[in-house]
Each structure stands twice: as C-alpha cells, then as structure tokens.
Design a protein around this ligand. Structure first.
Ligand SMILES: NC(=O)c1ccc[n+]([C@@H]2O[C@H](COP(=O)([O-])OP(=O)(O)OC[C@H]3O[C@@H](n4cnc5c(N)ncnc54)[C@H](O)[C@@H]3O)[C@@H](O)[C@H]2O)c1
Length: 265
C-alpha cells in the first residue's frame, strides 16, 4: 500500500485566507480552490452582494466555511474592517491573495491623462501593499504564512495599449520582491504573472470581441487561453506548504505566450 501522499503539502486545513476581488472570475476560482483544499476563506470585494453569493455557493460546494463581504481595497477603513471581520470569524489570517486589479485600454498611448496612472497605481499596487500591512500582524503569528498576488504578464513586456495598468503591475512585481526580502523567514511573498484568461473584465476594459479573439489567438505554447482554474491551481501551490521553499518569485502562468497583441500585427 502506498503510504506517501504527495498532495498532503497542498492541503490548506488550519489556514485562513482572504481573497480580494474574489466575487467573480479568477478571484472566485482562487477562493473555491483554497476552500476546497480546506482553508476558511473570506472574499473581500467591492461588490458585497456578489461576494456573499459567491461565498455561499463555494461553502455549499466545498463544505468549508466561506464568507463574503463588501470591501474597497483602495479604502483604508474598508481594509481594516475586512481584516477585523476575518479575525473575528476565523481566529486569524494565514494567507492573503491580493487578486484585485484591472485597467483600461488607452485609445492613444501618447496622450494618457495623469489621473489614469494614479488610479491604476492605487488599485493595482497600493491596495496590495495596504492589505499586506493590515494582515501582517496576523500573518506573522501563522505557520506557513503567505501573500500571493495576481500580477500580469503585461508587466514584463511592451504593452502600450494598457500602459497605466502594465506599469502599475510592474510596480507590484517590485513591491512583491522587496516585501519578500523584508518579511523573510516570517511571510513568503510571491506573484503570478497571469496571461489571457477570457473574462467579462476584458469587455468592461474596452477590449472589443475582435481584440479578445486576437488575444486568445493560439500563439502561446499551449494553444489556448487560460481559465480561472489554471491560475487557481498555481495560487494553491503558492499559498500551501507545497511551495514552502519559494519566496520573492514571479511565476508565469500564461500558456507560455509572450505576445500582447490588441491591434493585430
Ligand atoms: N483576466 C485576465 O486575462 C487577466 C490577465 C492578467 C492579469 N489579471 C489579473 O487577475 C486579477 C483578476 O482578474 P479578473 O479578470 O478575474 O478580474 P475581474 O474584473 O473579472 O474581477 C475583479 C473583481 O475585483 C473586484 N474589485 C474591483 N475593484 C475593487 C476594489 N477597489 N476593491 C475590492 N474589489 C474590487 C470586482 O468587483 C470583481 O469582482 C486582476 O488583478 C487582473 O489584473 C487578469
């Protein structure tokens, strides 16, 4: 009989995770996967109603506690509320997934209003810093404490059509490495550079169906766009003991693609 369980290190029993932006798409996939692995999960999302609905559906499916609440991660008071609510409900925090983020397509990359950069930086970068610092007192007390960020492959290559987003995500990469070093031996910090996962967010960001078609063109090494589950699988690894010797890293989960192509050749 095989007594060795290679999946044991991926279990998230005795873990408490906050997943920001977990009401839908990639974040919901991450929340469900961490919950299915045994973690108690708090979904913190701008859309409190949807967060609660998604959390209830996850709890039903996984049999583990999962709660959702309204939280604007660019608002300090909201961040403090979600941290307090998580600790009150679940007794601590072991895991933070900074998943919130997004940006807009720029019609003219040569005339981007300054505010676009500032807003993008607040949403994609500063929010992750503030969430991390607010959770830190609890993470420091936890075994296998981890912060994992939803980054973007657009942070690591030319992507002028989404310049404020790409630069803010690039700053997130730098923050991740610096925090990983600062918090060494206390909290592991990593990021996933996510490729094209077809979500409603693309439409909301002004990417037309034709552009989405080009983005999902099978020119990556796997020949398909990604799914929320593809990202969630990597997040589970980064949050669990299975990646206990990994910190300060950006992990590419993008099908091996390396081309951002909104407007074709
Ligand atoms: N979809 C992709 O192809 C792709 C590619 C690269 C990186 N990413 C990154 O992955 C993450 C998730 O992407 P997605 O496509 O699932 O996004 P999405 O837009 O579908 O979902 C984002 C969620 O975050 C919530 N949210 C937005 N602003 C918020 C705020 N201020 N406070 C709290 N919650 C807020 C929204 O309500 C929503 O539920 C983002 O960081 C995104 O930049 C996505």
């Amino acid at each position: 009989m095989n007594q060795f369980d290679p999946f044991a290190d991926f279990r998230m029993d005795n873990h408490v995770a906050i997943v920001t932006g977990g009401a839908q798409n990639i974040g919901a996939g991450i929340a469900k996967t961490l919950s299915g692995a045994g973690a108690k999960v708090m979904i913190a999302d701008l859309n409190g109603e949807k967060a609660a609905e998604t959390a209830a559906a996850i709890a039903k499916e996984t049999g583990n506690e999962c709660t959702g609440m309204a939280c604007n991660v660019t608002d300090k008071a909201d961040i403090d509320s979600v941290v307090s609510a998580t600790v009150d409900s679940f007794g601590g925090i072991t895991t933070l997934v900074n998943n919130v983020g997004w940006g807009r397509r720029q019609e003219d990359p040569e005339a981007i209003p300054e505010e676009e950069f500032v807003e993008s930086y607040k949403l994609n970068t500063i929010s992750a810093y503030r969430m991390s610092m607010a959770c830190l007192p609890y993470l420091e007390k936890a075994e296998n404490a981890a912060i994992a960020n939803s980054g973007s492959f657009s942070s690591a290559m030319p992507a002028a059509d989404i310049l404020p987003y790409g630069t803010a995500k690039a700053a997130l990469n730098q923050m991740m490495v610096s925090l990983a070093h600062r918090l060494n031996k206390r909290v592991r910090v990593n990021s996933i550079l996510i490729g094209t996962v077809m979500t409603a967010g693309y439409g909301d960001a002004g990417v037309s169906p034709e552009m989405q078609e080009r983005l999902s063109h099978p020119d990556n090494l796997t020949g398909r766009p990604g799914s929320a589950q593809d990202v969630a699988n990597a997040m589970l690894w980064l949050c669990s003991r299975a990646s206990g010797w990994v910190s300060g890293q950006t992990i590419n989960v993008h099908g091996g693609g390396s081309v951002v192509r909104l407007f074709g050749e």
